[in-house]
Design a protein around this ligand. Sequence first.
Ligand SMILES: NC(=O)c1ccc[n+]([C@@H]2O[C@H](COP(=O)([O-])OP(=O)(O)OC[C@H]3O[C@@H](n4cnc5c(N)ncnc54)[C@H](O)[C@@H]3O)[C@@H](O)[C@H]2O)c1
Length: 355
Amino acid sequence: MSSQPQTALPPLGVGILGAGPVTQAIHLPSLARLRGTLEVRHVMDVDPQVAESVAARVGARFSTTVEDLLADPAVDIVAVCSPHQFHAAQVIAACRAGKKAVLCEKPFAMNGEEAAAISAVSAETGVPIVVGAMHTFDPAWLAAEAAWGDLPGQVHTVRSSIVLPPNPRFEDFATEIVGRVPLPSRDSTGPEAIGAMLTGGVMGLAIHDLPLVRRFAPDFASVEVLHADTVRPFGYLISLRAGSVTIELRAAMNSTWEPAWTFEAIGNDASLCLDFTPSYVHAGSATARIRRAGTTTVLGPFGHNGYEGEWREIAAIARGTGSAPSADTLLHDLEFALAIAGGEAPAPAREESLA
Ligand SMILES: NC(=O)c1ccc[n+]([C@@H]2O[C@H](COP(=O)([O-])OP(=O)(O)OC[C@H]3O[C@@H](n4cnc5c(N)ncnc54)[C@H](O)[C@@H]3O)[C@@H](O)[C@H]2O)c1
């Protein structure tokens, strides 16, 4: 993967579908750091005030329809940052419009049929698609991947543990959000609410690290969910097995614990631990530690995070110098997430938070 920003060529034009908190607090600050390589030229949102005010921040055109943005010849790369139920149709439309590349926020589809349709259109049109699984572009993850040697073959346990305050707290650190829609207050105790929390937790939060998990659990077709539980106000505790690897996924979104986002892969003679910066925080990369026979190799932190990394990679792909993930990789990552999300009826929600 290329990770160097390219400044010799004229900037590539970016068009953004959906200008909510993720666009405002994550993508615009990342793109601002890559000025010269990437330029936001068009912002679309179904809310005209959001579209206009976010576009004005970056001196871009604005519109309220997907068609208007895709018809704009100044747009080379389309970023799909709308709510997840619109992702598949918008990614397909962007591919059909013949753009140079598409970045789709996770999850890029909500079921296997949508994912297969996307991958068929990408293959037919040749338009590369990158899913915004930012940790796979984090320089510390990439450095660990280059250094971990035989680790994947010996890993028996993988743990992804996420403790975060609710998103708005970090969004407000990053920028002043316009047009935020408050979440409706919901009963979180009924069986339907618990099931929705579990699906939402896997497809919305765990999914960030599932491509990482899959690197150590390639036998993803054999997923067996052993236990699935929810944590109030929002979180999950899931144990599963994929082949011979035991996987533990934990998350708690509340205001009582220090933010922490760790990923661990533990083998017989070696292990990997990554401490990621929380979402929305633009404070450099994760730090990776590889432990082997009494020695610890520390990789990072590096100067940029996975969000900036994903945009650097998208620019390289749009210029033909980077390599997009294969359609199979995207499909299998999604199938893995869907298999976990649909794995088992969860137990009743727990009162306490995760430690
Ligand atoms: N990568 C990350 O760290 C990260 C973190 C949180 C969320 N996300 C993902 O980013 C995406 C956006 O998240 P958000 O919190 O900004 O979402 P949001 O729902 O709060 O806002 C999305 C924006 O899209 C607009 N919108 C609604 N329907 C639309 C449509 N059909 N076409 C275009 N725009 C439309 C809304 O008016 C709103 O301004 C989601 O897919 C979410 O899963 C990514």
